[in-house]
Design a protein around this ligand. Structure first.
Ligand code: ZN
Length: 174
């Protein structure tokens, strides 16, 4: 969903592993864009990773240098709390990559808590087709046509996402 996100995540993992340290990488089990349990950057890097779903207990993680979570908007509020405790109580760095809002402009429950609890928030910038900074997400079908209705989490569909600026999001021109 974000051109730079997966690349950034794989780079962080590489940096830890280069130092001989262990990292745990996760992505959402529902994300089957590139096959379950894979993180693929648009630069062509790909890596098999663990998946998380509603039953994943992040407090069970032990003896790692860093935890990296992709598609973190799909974390439950309870799981964000687990990761927060992992970071704050056990001192394990946790880096989550995800979206703030869905294709309707509604926040993901997990994202609300990630934004509220994170020590640091870094924005990975993307550009809308009009040239402005992209802050919103538009769901499109396989032909690139915008989809405005549907569930927050689409499973098994052909939906894709494109980032857009707020003006284009509301103007309906895209
Ligand atoms: Zn725009």
């Amino acid at each position: 969903m974000n051109a730079g996100k997966s690349t950034a995540m794989l780079q962080v993992a590489h940096n830890y592993e280069e130092q001989g340290q262990t990292v745990r990488l996760f992505t959402a089990a529902i994300d089957d864009r590139f096959g379950v349990g894979k993180i693929t950057s648009r630069l062509g890097l790909q890596r098999d990773v663990e998946t998380f779903d509603a039953g994943t207990d992040f407090l069970a993680i032990d003896k790692v240098a860093c935890v990296l979570v992709d598609e973190a908007q799909f974390l439950s509020v309870a799981q964000v709390r687990q990761l927060h405790q992992l970071a704050q109580v056990r001192g394990v760095p946790v880096i989550c990559y995800g979206l703030r809002t869905d294709f309707r402009g509604e926040p993901f429950p997990g994202s609300i808590y990630l934004l509220a609890l994170a020590d640091d928030i870094e924005e990975l910038k993307n550009i809308c087709t009009c040239g402005k900074k992209a802050t919103m997400n538009i769901r499109v079908d396989e032909n690139g046509k915008r989809i405005r209705e549907g569930a927050q989490i689409a499973i098994g569909g052909n939906e894709r996402y494109r980032q857009a600026c707020g003006r284009c999001f509301y103007s309906g021109e895209h």
